[in-house]
Design a protein around this ligand. Structure first.
Ligand code: TRP
Length: 471
């Protein structure tokens, strides 16, 4: 019986710890680094609204499904899918879901670790007082100085990857539980302080409006001024795809990370209420980060569409100008590194759990193997910002980093999520999902199932076809 199944990797010691771990996974660079810069690149308000809709209508139901699958299978995603395929008498092709997750995990971790390495570098810069009294120009130059040195970025990437592998090797519960208990709340408080600083700037309203004012033109159209000087606009579905992909990315969905955490979840915990808390926490952190950053952008005449460097080119100005900024700045980047750390661990845990289950490996060599592979892949991202940044090294106008990011966040994660929705909604029996969710067959369950069977898959498909331009 599924109820008696337990994971060979152990279980979270309580419901609270599961929540912290899942929030630790969800809250990371996605919220603080990626969300502001993609919102900035895609015009703000309308993009944010599409993102919030994707979170509510697609992300939340799929998160419930992913936790449900993991807890029912109680194994790494690859083996969980195998077991469930057998139990539900489904086609074997569904087990590919687990494999897709492993590949996606490698790709994501490879660049995630490089960006986390930037944050690590900024811990030391902040502590050294590098940001005291800096102006916008200096901050941009400082950031470019870091990126143009492949050697130092590679070194920080290496350090972060080693940190991640150490925790994964010790077992996710060992190192992680304490870290998330204290650090997540601290990060939250620091974000509030930053928003407080942003409110003291004249441009707070402008930043706020940028994030929440609806201007659909930006989301549906790209405009270019042609050679004749006439502005030409054409329809594009791409920002919507980016919003959708980010909903998956920020909630850690679509590749088995939340599934594997679900497999360590105590049996009696309510999946629905856990999902609600995780999704709310993740969304609040992202919005706070946006509210901290955009007023600084506008107050200093910076470019909202600055790209992946956005937080590194804005927050130092704030720290340089506020009292106690050296302390707060250091603390902020320390906490950002911890947030990235607790996310990175979850990206690779499905693969390590599988190596332990199927190849009898111990966690230490399994973690080392996975880390070395992801580290190698990461060199591509390190070089994307310097030696390989030139146009001759780009494909479709994208660097290697852009390509990996695009492929994983905008294509592989939504595809994985689509399969999770279809499997849980259509293949798995009603009895199984009712049982695992521990819900009555009432309005709550029915709403969830309806969203999962119809709304989420349809929306994912619409956004996909929209972006390819077929719709
Ligand atoms: N959600 C994390 C963030 O926002 C990143 C992350 C962790 C992730 N695990 C994942 C992304 C699994 C996709 C899949 O930073």
């Amino acid at each position: 019986m599924p109820e008696q199944r337990s994971s060979i990797h152990g279980q979270w010691s309580s419901r609270f710890i599961f929540m912290l771990a899942a929030i630790g996974s969800a809250v990371g660079l996605g919220n603080i680094w990626k969300f502001p810069y993609i919102a900035g690149e895609n015009g703000g308000g309308a993009f944010v609204l599409v993102y919030l809709c994707c979170i509510a209508l697609i992300g939340a139901p799929i998160m419930m499904a992913e936790i449900l699958l993991g807890r029912r299978g109680r194994r790494s995603p690859i083996n969980t899918m195998r077991v469930l395929v057998r139990e539900e008498r489904a086609h074997r092709a569904w087990s590919l879901l687990g494999w897709g997750g492993v590949i996606t995990g490698f790709l994501i971790l490879s660049y995630y670790s490089v960006i986390a390495g930037w944050a690590l570098a900024y811990v030391f810069r902040a502590a050294a007082g590098t940001f005291m009294g800096v102006d916008a120009e200096t901050v941009v130059a400082q950031f470019e100085g870091l990126l143009s040195s492949p050697g130092s970025v590679l070194a920080w990437h290496t350090i972060f990857m080693v940190m991640t592998m150490v925790v994964v090797a010790r077992g996710v519960r060992g190192g992680l539980e304490m870290a998330v208990t204290f650090l997540m709340p601290a990060l939250f408080v620091l974000l509030l302080i930053l928003v407080g600083y942003a409110m003291s700037l004249g441009a707070f309203e402008q930043g706020f409006n940028f994030l929440f004012n609806l201007n659909f033109g930006k989301v549906f159209q790209v405009c270019e001024t042609g050679a004749s000087g006439v502005e030409q606009c054409r329809f594009t579905g791409e920002p919507m795809l980016i919003a959708l992909g980010h909903a998956f990315f920020t909630l850690s969905l679509g590749m088995g990370a939340i599934m594997v955490y679900g497999s360590y979840m105590p049996g009696k915990t309510s999946i629905a209420s856990a999902t609600l808390v995780i999704v709310a926490a993740d969304t609040i952190v992202a919005l706070l980060a946006g509210l901290a950053i955009f007023p600084i952008v506008f107050a200093n005449g910076l470019e909202p569409a600055a790209g992946p460097g956005l937080i590194f080119q804005t927050l130092p100005i704030a720290f340089g100008a506020m009292s106690g900024g050296q302390f707060f700045g250091t603390l902020f980047f320390v906490l950002l590194v911890f947030a990235a750390w607790s996310s990175a661990i979850s990206i690779i845990e499905p693969t390590v759990a599988w190596l332990v289950e199927n190849h009898g490996m111990r966690r230490v060599p399994a973690a080392a193997l996975v880390g070395i592979l992801a580290w190698f892949l990461g060199i591509g991202t390190v070089l994307s910002f310097n030696l390989l940044s030139g146009e001759e090294f780009q494909l479709f106008g994208k660097t290697l980093f852009d390509l990996i990011d695009y492929l994983t966040a905008n294509i592989l994660l939504p595809l994985g999520g689509l399969c999770i929705a279809l499997f849980t909604g259509w293949v798995m029996s009603r009895a199984s999902s009712l049982d695992e969710l521990g819900m009555r067959d009432g309005i709550g369950y029915r709403t969830w199932r309806f969203l999962l069977r119809y709304i989420s898959p349809l929306l994912v498909l619409i956004v996909f076809f929209n972006a390819i331009g077929l719709l």
